[in-house]
Design a protein around this ligand. Structure first.
Ligand code: ADP
Length: 537
């Protein structure tokens, strides 16, 4: 324990000495005494004094003034002062001392036991106060550090988001070009071999898109931005579509994909069909990926039905390579793969199950797996869904972009810096009878609208010289009414909501993501140009 400094001030030398003698045996006390209040004040200002025993009646400065002086100085206001007095114990004296800042009294002639006990008890208080002060300072320091750490974490999160937004844009832009050109080639005369090459091209760009979507999904879920979009969903349709998709994939590998759907399950449930499909597709495609011979089976089962709610179990069972028991614990973590060498043999990023696990959590469901090395694995996902009344759903028949009616007398300005995308979009728009002028950045777009009348502008978001957002803002703030009214579609390669909101905030009428669906783009153009379709005239 640190030694505490105690000061004795009394104009009579013998009093100082006797007090010193009285307190000499108290542990951890460093005693200093003086008959001069001025000298004692100076000592208190310069030393870290904890307690002062102050005589009330002194010629130079009386005890009350002495305490007031200590109180008024930031260096000494914390000193605990005990007044030592022989004068009357009348209340007015007591109060005067207490008002000037003293915390207690000792009366002459001093009772040795009481004096020592009081000093010891105040020493205890000083220790507690100092400890409190130290803890407070520690708290303040860690508070400051916490604020700093939070700021740094926010900054890191922001730069991660920016990085993802940029990366998603940079990667999606060329993929958009590739998928667009693939669609164009599909609609041109091809021989069998060329069709097959196109299949490879399509598969490769789809895988690339899946990886980038996985990374974005994971970051979206981790930043708490992923929301489930519940709507009436046909369970048999989801199962059928998964069957169609994976039967072919399994056959290509020489294995079988089986579906066992529980007919007791309701036809329609309230679900986010996209995310539910994503969970099941991930499990099934893993099953197919890690199975060399045998089968993969998707089984649905009604576990319980209660008050318009159904507890459903989806299980995906395969006869594949299996997973060792210690690997089973970590496969649901990001970037974790079961065994060393899995990437070399099967490829993959280790993100699929991490996303599945998070999506299952978002659904407030449970997922677990059991597996035997060399024999196969089973992934079981259980979740409650609301049951929905069944009625006939209209069948959608998907159109090819080349089957769409021509749009008459529509002139579009396309601002896009990527040559491949520009070529592809121009080709599609031309197919729909649209006249297209192309520019490479926002600045050129502004120049172009000066002397040509357009029915619509397609504006890429990220372009050099002047971005699409800046160009949209400039058009929306133009003094000419006809310019301000031109419909603008922002083409954004980012799937981040923030970027889409920024496009709307700048003044875009619609936002189209990359890679875009040509039929959707056609519908938006048709709506924004008031459906100038030749066929409908
Ligand atoms: P990826 O398949 O891209 O590596 P996942 O997160 O989907 O990433 O899977 C993580 C790991 O779990 C895989 O690398 C694999 O080791 C193991 N795994 C997942 N599903 C199966 C399965 N059906 N059979 C065997 N191993 C599996």
């Amino acid at each position: 324990m640190n030694k505490l400094k105690l000061v004795i001030v009394d104009d009579k030398e013998e009093n100082v000495l006797s007090l010193k003698a009285l307190l000499a045996d108290v542990d951890n006390l460093n005693i200093w005494g003086s008959t001069s209040p001025n000298e004692a004040l100076r000592y208190c200002w310069n030393q870290d004094v904890a307690i002062a025993l102050v005589d009330v009646q002194m010629p130079e400065i009386n005890g009350f003034e002495f305490v007031s002086l200590l109180q008024s100085n930031p260096k000494t206001w914390q000193i605990m002062v005990i007044m030592v007095t022989a004068i009357s114990k009348e209340d007015k004296f007591l109060l005067k001392g207490l008002h000037s800042g003293a915390i207690d009294y000792l009366y002459k002639p001093l009772n040795p036991d009481i004096t020592v006990a009081k000093v010891k008890s105040f020493m205890q208080q000083v220790y507690i106060q100092r400890e409190l002060k130290r803890k407070n300072e520690e708290l303040e320091r860690s508070h400051i550090e916490l604020i700093k750490a939070k700021k740094e974490a926010d900054l890191a999160r922001k730069s991660k988001e920016n990085f993802l937004a940029n990366m998603s844009h940079e990667i999606r832009t060329p993929i958009n070009g590739i998928t667009g050109i693939t669609t164009m080639l599909r609609n041109s005369p091809l021989n069998g071999e060329q069709s097959e090459w196109l299949d490879y091209l399509e598969n490769a760009s789809q895988s690339l898109l899946l990886i980038i979507n996985d990374i974005l999904d994971l970051s979206k879920i981790d930043s708490g931005k992923m929301r489930l979009d519940y709507a009436k969903t046909s369970l048999p349709n989801i199962i059928k579509e998964l069957g169609n998709l994976f039967t072919y994939k399994a056959e290509q590998k020489g294995i079988t994909f089986k579906v066992a759907h529980d007919e007791n399950l309701p036809k329609h449930i309230l679900a986010d069909s996209l995310r539910l499909t994503q969970i099941l597709s991930n499990l099934i495609s893993n099953g197919i990926k890690f199975t060399e011979k045998g089968s993969v089976c998707l089984e649905t089962k009604l576990i319980k039905r209660s008050k318009q709610r159904v507890h459903i179990q989806f299980s995906v069972k395969d006869t594949g390579i299996g997973i060792s028991s210690n690997a089973l614990d970590k496969i649901f973590q990001s970037f974790e793969q079961g065994e060393e060498g899995i990437t070399k043999r099967f490829g993959g990023t280790g993100l699929g199950l991490a996303i599945v696990k998070r999506l299952v959590n978002l659904h407030q469901g449970q997922i677990h797996a059991h597996s035997e090395l060399g024999k196969g694995s089973e992934f079981i996902f259980q979740c409650w869904f609301d049951e929905e009344a069944s009625e006939m759903m209209p069948k959608s028949d998907r159109k090819q972009y080349t089957d769409l009616p021509l749009l008459n007398d529509v002139r579009v300005l396309l601002a896009e810096d990527n040559d491949l995308n520009s070529f592809m979009v121009t080709h599609m728009l031309n197919t729909w009878g649209i006249t297209v002028d192309t520019v490479k950045n926002g600045r050129e777009a502004l120049e172009k609208v000066e002397n040509t009348a357009y029915n619509l502008i397609l504006m890429d978001a990220h372009m050099p010289v002047m971005s699409g957002f800046d160009a949209i803002r400039a058009i929306r703030n133009d003094h000419r009414e006809y310019l301000r009214q031109i419909p603008i579609i922002s083409i954004s390669a980012s799937v981040l909501q923030r970027e889409q909101q920024a496009a709307y905030a700048a003044g875009a009428n619609a936002v189209v993501g990359k890679p875009f669906d040509p039929v959707t783009l056609y519908q938006i153009i048709k709506t924004l140009t008031h459906g100038k379709s030749k066929a409908e005239k």
